[in-house]
Design a protein around this ligand. Structure first.
Ligand SMILES: [Mn+2]
Length: 340
């Protein structure tokens, strides 16, 4: 099905559910990134055009500093053990591949969530179709891209307030229209949001040009200890390094962005030590790292995937994954040789 057909197919059901709801809760994944928060805030601004429902935006903490400036982000709440269930009659999940990625919402609320009808918009190929209405387009480079295209089908006019978070989500997920899945339409949607009044200047300043000196020093420290293993380059961020530079978890992604610029390697792996275990980020040029992520309980996109390993150290995670990653490069060497 092409996109106009997909949107037409979903729009009447979505419109009815949204218009008839009394309280709508918006949710997204743990450790929210630009696309997650952009999608959520885009809907927060858009929905009042088509419903009188009370809208409750739920964003699990902490909100990264590069996103904390976004208008309305302060209206969001976290759902921890102390909060009471806000009793929505509709939940809309955005940019979230599976229910367990909503894990930042305290277990206390999971039962209630299970018993509330949920609809979702997402672009992860590994999405588990956990809602009653699943608007999933894996070819889209950002959930914000899907929302930008879908809103007019719901009868929403895109205003400046809606456009800023949506443009931010597209720009962060595509690293400013650089990622492989960027299409002509992606740029056209960006232009549409720009024309609608999206605050491009603020996005550039706050997201792409305001790295803290300490965070940059952390990245150079991480890079200085990277390991080259054939077609793979990997590095690790220990909790000690984070503490030494008073850096937040998202600030350690700076190292990942720098590693991705190294020419001539197939796979980049960053292992971040967490309070419990490690979080792995995988990036590739040609091979499908999502396959390795899935094998170890993770998920994501073909060339950008992640895994949480709560019972591993940096060393044991590297030992676990490197053989699979090497095998992936060997298995697909025939196809990678002539890839553009
Ligand atoms: Mn996304």
């Amino acid at each position: 099905m092409n996109r106009p057909d997909i949107f037409a197919h979903h729009s009447s059901e979505w419109k009815a559910r949204i218009a008839n709801a009394h309280t709508i809760m918006l949710v997204t994944h743990v450790n929210p990134d630009g696309d997650a928060i952009g999608s959520l805030l885009g809907l927060l601004s858009a929905l009042p055009q088509i419903t009188n429902a009370r809208i409750i935006p739920v964003i699990q903490q902490p909100i990264p500093a590069y996103l904390a400036w976004l208008p309305d982000v302060e209206k969001s709440i976290a759902l921890d053990a102390t909060s009471t269930w806000p009793n929505p009659d509709l939940i809309i999940a955005v940019d979230c591949a599976s229910r367990d990625r909503l894990g930042g919402i305290h277990t206390k609320h999971h039962d209630a969530m299970q018993h509330t009808s949920m609809i979702q918009i997402d672009h992860h190929a590994t999405n588990t179709q956990f809602a009653v209405q699943n608007l999933i387009i894996p070819q889209a480079c950002a959930t914000c891209e899907i929302i930008t295209e879908f809103l007019p089908y719901l009868g929403v006019t895109i205003t400046a307030g809606i456009a800023t978070p949506l443009l931010l989500g597209i720009m962060t997920d595509t690293q400013s229209f650089q990622i492989y899945d960027t299409r002509a339409e992606t740029l056209q949607l960006g232009a549409k949001l720009f024309a609608a009044g999206a605050d491009h200047h603020q996005i550039v300043q706050k997201v792409f040009r305001s790295t803290r000196l300490d965070a940059l020093q952390l990245a150079t420290k991480v890079l200085s200890e990277m390991t080259v293993a054939g077609p793979i380059v990997w590095a690790a961020v220990s909790r000690e390094m984070l503490a030494a530079h008073q850096a937040s978890d998202d600030e350690s992604d700076e190292a990942l962005h720098m590693l991705q610029r190294i020419d001539g390697f197939e796979i980049i792996m960053l292992i971040k030590e967490r309070e419990q275990g490690v979080k792995i980020s995988l990036r590739s040029r040609h091979v499908i790292v999502a396959d390795v992520a899935k094998k170890h309980g993770g998920g994501g996109h073909a060339h950008a995937a992640g895994i949480n390993l709560p019972n591993h150290t940096i060393a044991s995670a590297a030992a676990l994954l490197l053989p699979d990653l090497h095998a992936l490069c060997t298995d697909s060497s025939a196809s990678t040789n002539h890839s553009a």
